[in-house]
Ligand binder design. Sequence first.
Ligand SMILES: Cc1cc2nc3c(=O)[nH]c(=O)nc-3n(C[C@H](O)[C@H](O)[C@H](O)COP(=O)(O)OP(=O)(O)OC[C@H]3O[C@@H](n4cnc5c(N)ncnc54)[C@H](O)[C@@H]3O)c2cc1C
Length: 440
Amino acid sequence: MVHGQGGVKFQNWAKTYGSSPELYFQPTSVEEIREILDMARQRDKRVKVVGGGHSPSDIACTDDFMIQMGKMNRVLKVDKEKQQVTVEGGIFLSDLNVELSKHGLALANLGAVSEVAAAGVIGTGTHNTGIKHGILPTQVVALTLLTASGEILECSESVNADIFQAARLHLGCLGVVLTVTFQCVPQFHLHEVAFPSTLTEVLDHLDDHLQRSQYFRFLWFPHSENVSVIYQDPTNKPPSSSASWWWDYAVGYYLLEFLLWISTFVPSLVCWINRFFFWLLFSSRVENIAISYKIFNYECRFKQHVQDWAIPIEKTKEALLELKAALENNPKMVAHYPVEVRFARGDEIWLSPCFQRDSCYMNIIMYRPYGKNVPRLNYWLTYEGIMKKHGGRPHWAKAHSCTRKDFEKMYPAFPKFCSVREKLDPTGMFLNTYLEKVFY
Ligand SMILES: Cc1cc2nc3c(=O)[nH]c(=O)nc-3n(C[C@H](O)[C@H](O)[C@H](O)COP(=O)(O)OP(=O)(O)OC[C@H]3O[C@@H](n4cnc5c(N)ncnc54)[C@H](O)[C@@H]3O)c2cc1C
C-alpha cells in the first residue's frame, strides 16, 4: 500500500511560495498513483502533482495531497529514426539532456534551468528564445494522462486530439501526466556571443537582430540605455570558453547581492548598481562554445521575484520604451537588472501565451538579497498595466494578478480548455488556490 508522509513543508525554488501538504507522496508506479487518487476521492481531498518545484508562484502548492514525481523519471523509449524520446513525466531535463546526448540527440530549445521536470515545464509553458522556435510544449508530440477517474488517456495530434491541445500546456489541472514524447533534433553545439549595445540601437534594429541569430535575446539594464545582446547559434567549432570571465562573473554576483542588500536602505543606489554591473560584467565581448544545453542553461544565482508576460512581437519597442519612461518619471520606483527580453514563434496550443502570434517575452526581476524582500508593488503594477495595454498574456508559472475574466479576453480557446478540464476533472480534484483564480 502506498505511503503518504505527513509534516512535509513544500517550498518553491525561490522560497517565495510554499504550503504544508497533509500527505506527501513519492509514487514509483502508476498503480500507486491510482491508489492515491482513490484515497483522495474517498476522503474528499484535492491532489497537486509537483515536478521540480521551480515555479515562481503558488501554482504547485496545496494543503491536501501532494504527489512528487521524482521517482517516475525513466527514459522509456528512444526512436532514433523519428528522433523522438518518450520519458516519464517526473524526469528532470538535466538527466534527459545527458541521456539524449548518448544517442546523438538534443532538445531544440530549453529554458534557463534544467532541474525541472518534463511534465512541469510543459505544464506552465516554459520558453526560451528564438523567433523560429516555439515554447517548450511545441516540442511535445504525444503524452499520457491519468485522469481523476483513474483512466489512462493516450493523446497526440491524431488520438484524443482535443485533449492533446489542452494537455500540451496543462497547468497541472487535467490529471497526472505520466509520459511525454518529445520531438528532438540531432545533437548540436552552440556558439554564444555576448556584446554591449544600447536600447535605442537594439529596438531600432530588432528585425536585423532576430534574423542574424537563431537564439537572439537581450538584457536591458533599467535606469540606463545599457543593453547586453546575446547571440547563440549552432556551430561545428570545438568547445571553448573564457574561464576568467566566469571567475569575474562568480565574484561579481557575491558583490551584487551585498550591494543590493545595501540598496534596500538607500533605493536610489539601484540605478548606479545596474550601471556598475553592466560595466563590470557586460561591457566587453564574450564568446563561448559548448554543447547546446550547457549554453541554454545559465546559473540563476540567487532568489528573486519575477514576472514574464508575452506580448505581440510588433509591440516590443513601444512597450519597452513605456516601461523606461515610467521608471524615468517615477524616481522612487526602482528596478533591478536585467529586464530579459526573449522571443518565441506563434503556435496553436490553446493556453500558450504565444497562441496564434509571434511573441516577445519581457521578464522583469526583483532580487531578494540574503532572502530579504524588496518593495516591488509599484514596479509590478506599472509593468502589468503596460503588458495588459499591449495585449499581453502572463507566464503561467510566474505570479500575476489575472483572473478568469482576464483569461477569457486573452485566450480565444479558453472555453475549449475549460470544457476539456470540466470533462476530465468534474469535481476539481486537481485544483488549488492558484487554479481557482484561473477558472472561477
Ligand atoms: C531559476 C529559474 C529559472 C527559470 N527559467 C525559466 C526560463 O528560462 N523560461 C521559462 O519559461 N521559465 C523559467 N522558469 C520557470 C520554470 O520553467 C517553470 O516554473 C516550470 O514549470 C518548472 O518546472 P517544474 O518541474 O519545477 O514544475 P513545478 O513548479 O513543479 O510545477 C509546475 C506545474 O506543473 C504541474 N505538474 C508538474 N508535474 C506534473 C505531472 N507529472 N502531472 C501533472 N501536472 C504536473 C504542477 O502541478 C504545476 O501546476 C524558471 C524558474 C526558475 C526558478
